[in-house]
Design a protein around this ligand. Structure first.
Ligand code: 2RA
Length: 330
């Protein structure tokens, strides 16, 4: 299968290539695409060198699937042009996520919405993906009423420049780019993306809106505070969730232990709980600190950690592509 990776030289694009190789995705021809300045650069895929090509050349090659991670502007301009030649685009940007004509997919939850007509498929925001993977099995059983989430997000979510800033500060280098307005090492920044007129950031509103679309329930109330922290391995989330119906804590644990894509790490007697250090380079969503919120009925607290470059982006996108193949949708 001809597969294009658009944004092939970025953090997520590079991870997409890794995941495609790891999962032995049936790539017969790889078409790496990046900005004009990167055209001609060589990338490695499964021990073979490939030259980065332009968007126009990639479209002319008519790939079956194009995995995009190149920002919203690029996706808005170019995804329809790939779709016009019959390519199915799976896009990591926020450009199409809330478009009512485009599916927003986490395979463990709502891949059944996909049809052969879907030529542009949106990959949800990383912080949304890990939360809904953990919460969906509980929603199915107890029906979620309200979610209060605070996130602790890796600098890798911002990209290579942010990683350079963190490493530069930490190693006391004199030269490094500033991805943030403030120092990030030994600090936390309570802002991810720009502020909107309601005082929330775009990142927070992504969690609010995408959760309802993926879980197909507009009645779910979500309020979020998203924070950038100086770690590499993944995003962490403190989630307080109120249900319509009463739950049993042991049953909650069992539901999570048997949930697709979830690993429960919850043994406080031995200080076992999820951490980005352990989630790094893994594809699962790790859940721990599971406990009842005694301050109000039918309410639970939990801690959710996942590698944002993997399940939060590359792995989820490749899993969508795998679903398309296994269900003859491409
Ligand atoms: C972030 N979720 O972490 C956003 C985009 N990757 O910055």
């Amino acid at each position: 299968m001809k597969v294009a990776v658009v944004g092939a030289t970025g953090l997520v694009g590079t991870k997409i290539l890794e995941v495609l190789a790891e999962r032995n995705f049936p790539v017969t021809e790889l078409i790496p695409v990046a900005s004009e300045k990167s055209v001609g650069k060589e990338i490695n895929f499964k021990g073979q060198k490939y030259k980065v090509v332009s968007m126009q050349d990639a479209i002319a090659a008519k790939p079956t699937i194009a995995l995009f991670s190149a920002g919203g502007g690029t996706s808005t301009e170019w995804a329809p042009q790939f779709a016009a030649v019959g390519t199915t685009v799976i896009d990591n940007s926020s450009a199409w996520r809330m478009d009512p004509t485009k599916p927003l997919v986490v395979p463990e939850i709502n891949a059944d919405v996909l049809t052969t007509n879907d030529k542009i498929i949106a990959n949800p925001n990383c912080s949304t993906i890990q939360m809904v993977v953990a919460l969906n099995p509980l929603h199915q059983k107890y029906k979620i009423k309200r979610i209060v989430v605070s996130t602790y997000q890796s600098v890798t979510g911002t990209g290579a420049k942010a990683v350079e800033q963190l490493m530069g500060e930490r190693n006391k280098n004199t030269e490094y780019p500033m991805a943030y307005k403030y120092p990030i090492d030994l600090n936390v920044i309570p802002q991810i993306d720009v502020f909107t007129e309601n005082g929330y950031t775009k990142e927070e509103m992504k969690m609010v809106n995408e959760t309802k679309k993926i879980m197909r329930d507009d009645n779910i109330k979500v309020t979020a505070t998203t924070v950038r922290i100086p770690v590499m391995g993944g995003h962490s989330e403190s989630v307080n969730v109120e249900f319509e119906n009463e739950f049993d804590l042991q049953e909650v644990r069992s539901l999570l232990e048997s949930a697709p894509g979830v690993v429960v790490e919850d043994d406080i007697a031995n200080q076992i709980y999820p951490m980005p250090l352990n989630a790094h380079e893994k594809d699962e969503v790790f859940v721990g600190r599971i406990r009842r919120d005694d301050t109000q009925p039918k309410t639970l607290n939990m801690w959710i950690v996942s590698d944002n470059l993997r399940k939060g982006a590359a792995t989820n996108a490749v899993q969508i592509a795998e679903y398309l193949i296994s269900n003859n949708l491409v």
